[in-house]
Design a protein around this ligand. Structure first.
Ligand code: COA
Length: 128
């Protein structure tokens, strides 16, 4: 499916470079919200505290509103955990992802650098 899961090459690489990162651990994916269409997993999002992360939708089913639904599910979970704000990181070059978040009520707060891969990232925030 092309999903970046706990056993993917990128997850192993990141874990090797930064063992403190929870990205590669199986446990960190256990609570992920998964979107299903006719029994097939087509999208995922996960949260940790107020952090919203790893929103991804299968390219075959994009532009159908699945991303927006998953985003709402992630935001609802963060709100249910008692947080009134949420935040996320996305690559500066991810124009489609950034437009998606801006349409879905997120605000660009600042820029930062990815600790492992050194590309520029945007920090977006949203009031819940
Ligand atoms: C960003 C991403 C999650 C959006 O997922 P999606 O399922 O396509 O999102 P939505 O369908 O809710 O909205 C996206 C598009 O559909 C349109 N749309 C929303 N609801 C719709 C509906 N019911 N019917 C038709 N179109 C709709 C939106 O206008 C938007 O337009 P676009 O195609 O120009 O982007 C997806 O593109 C993705 O997985 N990208 C790669 C990973 C990524 O960048 N993740 C986020 C950053 S970490």
């Amino acid at each position: 499916m092309g999903m970046i899961g706990p056993h993917s090459r990128i997850a192993r690489l990141q874990h090797a470079r930064n063992p403190k990162s929870s990205f590669g651990t199986a446990a960190s994916w256990r609570g992920a919200v998964v979107a299903e269409v006719e029994g097939r997993a087509v999208g995922v999002v996960r949260t940790r505290g107020a952090l919203f992360s790893d929103l991804w939708v299968d390219p075959d089913v994009r532009s159908l509103g699945i991303g927006a639904k998953l985003a709402r599910a992630g935001e609802n979970r963060i709100r249910a955990d008692g947080h009134r704000f949420t935040y996320l990181f996305t690559a500066l070059f991810n124009a489609r992802g950034r437009a998606f978040y801006e349409r879905n009520g997120w605000t660009l707060a600042r820029f930062t650098q990815h600790r492992v891969f050194h590309f520029r990232r945007c920090v977006y925030v949203k009031r819940l």
